[in-house]
Design a binder for this molecule. Structure first.
Ligand code: 6PG
Length: 242
């Protein structure tokens, strides 16, 4: 299923996700979730850290991964894992073994092999691919998602994790591949802010102009894909829809 949900307030969007996390945590089996990076999820981490939901979540049932990571130490403000740990996980009782970061301080190639081995060992599979229960993604103003940038994406990569580099800064990254994300049970794009309004229109275009934007081509093949937008990010798209 492919769905767009627009929330009047950012808080409502964050509350929706927090409640989904709570629901996943009450399942009987362990749940594996890949988080997005960048600024948007920081608002989510801060929201959960301050909400009653934080102490209601059964953190021991949730395992967190990162859909992409910058190859920097986790003390660096650019570290997706480092920021999630500082803003949320250090404030919970989640067992350390439930956090599966990419170690950005290590050599990319060896870390790529290690995280691939770890995810192959930990996750259930779908058609032979490790299958995350939930992959949260953001979208850049150029239409990238995770660290899958326009013109850089191999949609037929046969590995779960791929090396990448930021097209402007050259920053080395490790990212889930498009194929790996496609084998997730659920893919959710979290999009907040007026600065994303234009790319939302481009990604949702129903002609092949959207093809150049990775976020338009990356979705759950057999599960659910949803776009969770605040009204600022959705405003141009909603205006076009009339
Ligand atoms: C990253 C992300 C990246 C991010 C988008 C949106 O590591 O940078 O995974 O794909 O989701 O760039 O970033 P913002 O939330 O900062 O706009």
């Amino acid at each position: 299923m492919w769905e767009i949900k627009v929330f009047d307030e950012d808080r409502e969007l964050l509350e929706f996700i927090a409640e989904q996390l709570l629901a996943y945590s009450l399942r009987s089996d362990p749940v594996h979730i890949a988080l997005s990076g960048g600024a948007t999820p920081k608002a989510l981490f801060q929201f959960i850290a301050k909400s009653d939901i934080r102490d209601a979540v059964e953190w021991k049932n949730l395992h967190f991964w990162w859909g992409d990571e910058r190859m920097v130490p986790d003390s660096d403000a650019d570290s997706n894992y480092g920021e999630a740990k500082r803003l949320l996980f250090d404030l919970t009782d989640i067992p350390a073994e439930n956090l599966h970061p990419i170690n950005g301080a290590l050599a990319l190639e060896s870390e790529l092999a290690r995280i691939d081995e770890e995810s192959q060992a930990a996750l259930d599979t779908l058609h032979g691919w490790p299958s995350f229960d939930w992959v949260m993604l953001g979208v850049g103003e150029d239409g990238h998602t995770a660290s899958l940038f326009p013109g850089q994406v191999d949609y037929n990569a046969d590995t779960c994790w791929v090396p990448a580099s930021h097209p402007e800064t050259g920053q080395a990254r490790i990212s889930l591949s498009a194929e790996a994300i496609g084998h997730a049970q659920r893919v959710s794009y979290l999009v907040i802010g007026a600065q994303k309004a234009e790319i939302v229109v481009k990604v949702f275009a129903d002609d092949d102009s959207a093809d150049e934007y990775p976020a338009a081509n990356i979705y759950s093949f057999e599960g659910d894909t949803e776009w969770l937008l605040d009204t600022n990010a959705a405003k141009l798209f909603m205006a076009d829809e009339g």
